[in-house]
Design a binder for this molecule. Structure first.
Ligand code: HEM
Length: 402
C-alpha cells in the first residue's frame, strides 16, 4: 500500500508517472483533499472534481502563477493568451470564435480526411514486421490532421511534436532550465511560422484545402469581435497542443491496453461494433490528460471540506475516472462498459472543444489498426512519457503480424 504521508505533487518521481493508480487510490481513500507543500490541493474523488468543474467560482486564469513561474517570455505570452487559461468574458469570445472550426460540416470534412490519412499511414507500415506505435503511427495521425486544420506546409510537420512536447512539458510542476528554454524556443519558432501562414490566408481567403479551419478562425466574428493576430497565433499553437499529444496518447494508450488485455482484444476483433464503448473505456482507464487546474474565486464547499478562496486546485482526472464510487470495478478494462461518465474531456465551460474530433480519430484509427493487424503484439518494453500531467508513451515497439 503506497504511503501517502509525503506525497507532494511538486516532487513526484518516475515511479508515480509509470503507475500512478495505486497512489491515486490510496489518496482517494485516505486523503481525498490532499495538501501539497505549496498550499495547493490535489483532489482524487470523482464528485469533488465534478463539483470543481461545474462551479462558477473557479478561475482558469493563471496570469499570476505563470508570471512567477515563467517571468516575461514567449511561454508566458502563449499561455496567458490561450483560451484554456482564461475566464469569461475573454474565454467566452475566443471559445465562440474557435467553435467555428468544429461545426458539424467541418467535422464531416475531417472525418473523410481521417479515413484517408489512417489508410495511407497503415499502407506505409503494412509491409514492415516491427514498428513503433508512437513514432510510426500515433504521433503522425494528429500532426497530419492539425496540419490540415491550420494549413501547415509539409516541411514543418515533423517539428510539430517537439514544439508541442516542449510547450506542454513546461507546464509540469517541476521544469528544468533546459526544459524552459526548449519551451520558449518552440513558442517563438512556431509563432513565426503561424504569423506567415495567417498573413498568407488573409491575402488568399479562398485558397484553403479540405479540412482547413484557419479561415474560420481569421474571419470568424462574435458580436462584432474578431481575434487579433496575437490571439490567433497563440490559440492556433494551443489547438496544436490541445489536440496533438492527447490524441497520440489516446491511440498509444489504447493499443497498450488491448495488448495487455488479450480477452478484450479478442472481444473487439470479434465484435467491431464495440469500438464506440471501447474508445470511451480507453479514455477512462488511461486518460491522456491526467491532471487539471483551477483556482477558487470564493470559498467552496465540497461534500466534507471547505476550500478557501484563492486556493490552487489540482483535479486528478485519472483519479476521478477510477473512483469506485462512480465506476463499478474501476480498475478493470471492460470495453462493454455502459454509463461510462468519465471526465477525460472534463465538463463545464472549458469542456474539450475537440472531443468529437478526438473520439472520431480514436474510433477510426483503432478499428482500422485491429482490422488490418489482428495479430498485433508487444515487441519489447514500451517507455512512458516522463510527464505527470499527460499520460502517454514515447516508444511502443509492436510486431504487426506476430
Ligand atoms: C483524446 C484527446 C483529447 C483529450 C483527452 C482532451 C482533453 C481536454 C481537456 C481535459 C480539456 C479541458 C482542460 C481544462 O480546462 O482544464 C480540453 C480542452 C480543450 N481541448 Fe481537448 N482533448 C483532446 C483532444 C483535443 C483535440 C483533438 C482538440 C482540437 C484539435 C482539442 C481542443 C481543445 C480545446 C480548444 C480546449 C479548450 C476549451 C476551453 O478552454 O474552453 N482537444 N481538452
Amino acid at each position: 500500500m503506497p504511503d501517502i504521508t509525503h506525497f507532494d505533487l511538486n516532487t513526484i518521481c518516475m515511479d508515480f508517472i509509470n503507475d500512478p493508480y495505486p497512489m491515486l487510490a490510496a489518496l482517494r481513500r485516505e486523503s481525498p483533499v490532499h495538501y501539497n507543500s505549496d498550499g495547493s490541493i490535489f483532489l482524487t474523488r470523482y464528485q469533488d472534481c465534478l463539483a470543481v468543474y461545474r462551479s462558477h467560482d473557479m478561475l482558469s486564469d493563471k496570469t499570476e502563477y505563470f508570471g512567477a513561474k515563467f517571468g516575461q517570455c514567449p511561454l508566458f505570452n502563449h499561455h496567458t493568451n490561450s483560451l484554456i487559461f482564461n475566464d469569461p468574458p475573454y474565454h467566452t469570445v475566443v471559445r465562440k470564435l474557435i467553435s467555428g472550426a468544429f461545426t458539424p460540416r467541418k467535422l464531416r470534412e475531417m472525418e473523410q480526411l481521417i479515413h484517408r490519412i489512417v489508410d495511407q499511414l497503415l499502407d506505409s507500415i503494412a509491409e514492415k514486421d516491427e514498428i513503433d506505435m508512437v513514432a510510426d503511427f500515433g504521433m503522425i495521425l494528429p500532426t497530419e490532421i492539425i496540419s490540415f486544420m491550420l494549413g501547415i506546409p509539409d516541411e514543418y510537420r515533423k517539428k510539430l511534436r517537439s514544439y508541442s512536447i516542449s510547450i506542454l512539458g513546461a507546464l509540469d510542476p517541476v521544469v528544468s532550465e533546459q526544459g524552459m528554454q526548449a519551451g520558449n524556443q518552440a513558442v517563438s519558432e512556431f509563432s513565426n511560422v503561424l504569423n506567415d501562414l495567417i498573413n498568407h490566408r488573409r491575402a488568399n481567403p479562398d485558397g484553403a484545402r479540405q479540412g482547413e479551419v484557419l479561415e474560420s478562425l481569421i474571419f470568424g466574428e462574435h458580436e462584432g469581435r474578431v481575434l487579433t493576430q496575437e490571439e490567433l497565433i497563440q490559440n492556433c499553437i494551443f489547438i496544436l497542443n490541445a489536440g496533438h499529444e492527447t490524441t497520440t496518447s489516446l491511440v498509444s494508450n489504447s493499443v497498450g491496453l488491448f495488448l495487455k488485455n488479450p480477452a478484450q482484444h479478442r472481444l473487439l476483433i470479434e465484435n467491431p461494433d464495440l469500438i464506440t464503448t471501447a474508445v470511451e473505456e480507453c479514455l477512462r482507464v488511461e486518460s491522456p490528460l491526467q491532471i487539471g487546474n483551477r483556482q477558487a474565486r470564493a470559498d467552496i464547499d465540497l461534500e466534507d471540506h471547505r476550500i478557501r478562496k484563492g486556493t490552487y486546485i489540482h483535479t486528478s482526472i485519472a483519479g476521478a475516472n477510477r473512483d469506485p464510487a462512480a465506476f463499478e470495478a474501476p480498475d478493470t478494462f471492460n470495453i462493454t462498459r455502459r454509463r461510462n461518465k468519465h471526465i477525460a474531456f472534463i465538463t463545464g465551460i472549458h469542456v474539450c472543444l475537440g472531443a468529437t474530433l478526438a473520439r472520431m480519430e480514436g474510433r477510426i484509427a483503432l478499428s482500422k489498426i485491429f482490422r488490418r493487424f489482428p495479430k498485433i503484439a508487444a515487441n519489447g518494453k514500451a517507455a512512458r512519457l516522463p510527464l505527470a500531467r499527460f499520460r502517454g508513451f514515447t516508444h511502443m515497439p509492436v510486431k504487426l503480424h506476430s
